[in-house]
Design a protein around this ligand. Structure first.
Ligand SMILES: *[C@@H]1O[C@H](CO)[C@@H](O)[C@H](O)[C@H]1NC(C)=O
Ligand SMILES: *[C@@H]1O[C@H](CO)[C@@H](O)[C@H](O)[C@H]1NC(C)=O
Ligand SMILES: *[C@@H]1O[C@H](CO)[C@@H](O)[C@H](O)[C@H]1NC(C)=O
Ligand SMILES: *[C@@H]1O[C@H](CO)[C@@H](O)[C@H](O)[C@H]1NC(C)=O
Ligand SMILES: *[C@@H]1O[C@H](CO)[C@@H](O)[C@H](O)[C@H]1NC(C)=O
Ligand SMILES: *[C@@H]1O[C@H](CO)[C@@H](O)[C@H](O)[C@H]1NC(C)=O
Ligand SMILES: *[C@@H]1O[C@H](CO)[C@@H](O)[C@H](O)[C@H]1NC(C)=O
Ligand SMILES: *[C@@H]1O[C@H](CO)[C@@H](O)[C@H](O)[C@H]1NC(C)=O
Ligand SMILES: *[C@@H]1O[C@H](CO)[C@@H](O)[C@H](O)[C@H]1NC(C)=O
Length: 476
């Protein structure tokens, strides 16, 4: 009797889970027709066909299951739609994922593998559509997360997968009703000291904004981004990949990073109470100084001064084109007052504090060098223009060396990093190797920083306890 009851309950739960969540997998014998969907086993994400308002085109897309206003997060066939017809998603017996026109059975899009023996395609809990051998786990022959559309979801990686030769970048939609590639792309430049760039491809491609490199804590051009509670940001730079990603500890927080149609890389979060997306969680470019190269080579952009452009370390650098500079046109930047004398070995360095480090694609990075050795390495190479710590955690470590003009520097009030700029002996103001008052000042201010962050940390803890009660404690 009891056993029967248990069985009945089990059966009912099984029925409920399958009916509420539907299937998450297709196989060669079970394709996905236009009016069907796949739902991830945690119920978070739905994959299915959609047709934008006012369009005759049908796309395979991903959206949040629980958010009523359909928000398309990923599109498989963004530039290969099914036109004037419905579509079917299938997987061939060798593992090739195809979208066919249900009227003509013509293949309009395909991806995946041709070397599998028992393939399935599954929508994972993260929203990643993967192709793999049935029963095989982490070893994916293909995955949607390697081919983002305009949205970076938690767990998705933005960057370059070196070994498989894939650039996972975000490109805006062409219009609200057309997911085909639009005018803006967020892309990782894996060279040197890697960083993200936002490009406009309307007309000749140009750089709109750069993120600054990952400094061990955050992307350096975005000093406020590491403080989102419950978010974990990651950066990987090794032989296999150079990627940026984030995760959210609390599943009830829904947030995404979108390369939007008007050229803004924007993080939004869903407000469950009002059923809306927040607008101002984080976005870039935001400030005049975010415009790439605003103040030219050896210029520095200070958002708190007017005009915003200054020469780095004035008077060691002076405007290249004083006439235009006076007219608030900073693009020509600045030049040295005194040329370097490399071979004489007399050059020195002036320190600039609280900066967004210059563009770093041409940099050389050596994580094993201390700051002193970094200085020596820079002095010994006539092309070297500046150096800095690669990682700011603790008292700083590693070495970045610039070997071309210093471009796109921001001056912050606080935050940012120290940059040591090479100047001729005549222009050296404070030589870091010589000055002692400066060092004692530094240790005093770092002590102050420790005390301040302790106070701040305690305050945050109080706040989070107040907000989240008993449950929230585990989150941090
Ligand atoms: C889905 O579409 C097929 C073919 O157009 C139709 O036979 C089937 O009844 C539809 N299923 C549902 C649930 O609407
Ligand atoms: C789709 O249908 C529209 C209107 O019926 C027509 O103008 C257009 O040529 C069709 N496109 C294709 C690719 O068949
Ligand atoms: C394709 O099929 C749809 C129904 O699935 C139908 O409404 C449409 O008229 C068909 N289009 C063509 C070009 O045959
Ligand atoms: C990735 O993008 C960079 C910069 O646009 C380009 O040089 C490189 O060839 C791309 N790599 C691949 C695998 O597409
Ligand atoms: C892009 O993001 C910016 C900043 O949040 C916003 O002002 C703008 O309206 C957005 N554009 C679109 C098309 O959503
Ligand atoms: C460079 O430095 C050396 C050694 O101090 C000196 O002899 C030489 O005159 C300097 N050259 C220039 C161009 O300043
Ligand atoms: C200076 O450093 C750059 C980058 O590491 C390197 O390509 C160049 O050969 C070096 N020059 C000298 C003279 O060592
Ligand atoms: C990197 O070096 C190349 C060749 O010298 C130069 O054209 C380019 O402007 C440099 N890029 C940066 C960001 O300094
Ligand atoms: C997650 O966040 C929600 C709303 O902010 C909160 O109610 C819930 O307690 C949090 N859960 C955990 C495990 O922190």
């Amino acid at each position: 009797m009891k056993r029967l009851q248990i069985r009945a309950i089990l059966l009912i739960t099984l029925l409920i889970t399958t009916t509420t969540f539907g299937k998450d997998t297709i196989t060669p014998t079970q394709p996905l027709a236009n009016n069907e969907t796949l739902v991830s086993s945690n119920g978070q994400y739905t994959l299915g066909f959609f047709t934008p308002a006012g369009s005759n085109n049908c796309y395979l897309g991903l959206w949040y299951s629980k958010i009523a206003t359909q928000t398309i997060l990923w599109v498989a066939n963004r530039d290969k739609p099914v036109t004037n017809s419905t579509g079917i998603l299938s997987i061939t017996s060798k593992g090739s994922l195809t979208i066919t026109d249900s009227n003509s059975t013509a293949v309009v899009w395909s991806a995946g593998s041709t070397g599998l023996t028992n393939p399935v395609a599954q929508l994972l809990d993260t929203g990643n559509l993967v192709v793999r051998e049935d029963g095989g786990s982490g070893n994916y022959a293909w995955q949607g997360f390697h081919h983002p559309t305009d949205t970076l979801l938690p767990g998705m990686k933005l960057g370059v997968f070196r070994t498989i030769g894939i650039n996972a970048s975000l490109t805006s939609w062409k219009s609200d009703n057309d997911p085909s590639p639009g005018s803006y792309t967020a892309l990782m430049d894996p060279r040197g000291y890697p960083e993200l760039f936002l490009y406009s491809t309307a007309g000749p491609a140009y750089k709109v904004w750069r993120s600054g490199a990952w400094n061990g804590v955050q992307i350096s051009g975005s000093p406020d981004s590491s403080s989102f509670q419950g978010f974990v940001f990651s950066f990987v730079n090794n032989d296999q990949e150079v990627t940026y990603s984030y995760d959210i500890a609390n599943n009830s927080i829904v947030s995404r990073l979108v390369m939007n149609r008007t050229g803004v890389l924007r993080r939004t979060a869903w407000l469950w109470e009002t059923n809306q997306w927040t607008n101002d969680f984080w976005f870039a470019p935001k400030d005049e100084c975010d415009n790439y190269g605003r103040c030219g080579p050896y210029g520095a952009c200070d958002p708190n001064s007017y005009p915003v452009c200054k020469c780095l370390l004035e008077p060691a650098f002076t405007p290249e084109n004083p006439k235009n500079w006076q007219l608030r046109e900073g693009k020509d930047g600045c030049i040295r007052k005194t040329p370097l004398n490399c071979t004489g070995g007399t050059d020195g360095f002036n320190k600039v504090s609280n900066v967004k480090l210059p563009e770093s694609a041409n940099c050389t990075v050596d994580n094993s060098l201390s700051l002193d050795h970094c200085r020596a390495a820079c002095l010994s190479n006539c092309s070297c223009t500046a150096y800095a710590n690669a990682d700011v955690r603790g008292s700083g470590s590693g070495c970045v060396i610039w070997i071309s003009a210093l471009v796109d520097i921001w001056l912050y009030v606080d935050g940012g990093q120290d940059l040591y700029v090479r100047v001729a002996a005549a222009d050296v103001v404070i030589d870091v190797a010589v000055t002692t008052p400066e060092q004692s000042h530094k240790s005093k201010s770092s002590k102050l920083a420790v005390v301040l962050s302790l106070i701040l940390g305690f305050f945050c803890l109080l706040l989070s306890v107040a907000f989240y009660g008993e449950e929230g404690k585990g989150e941090e």
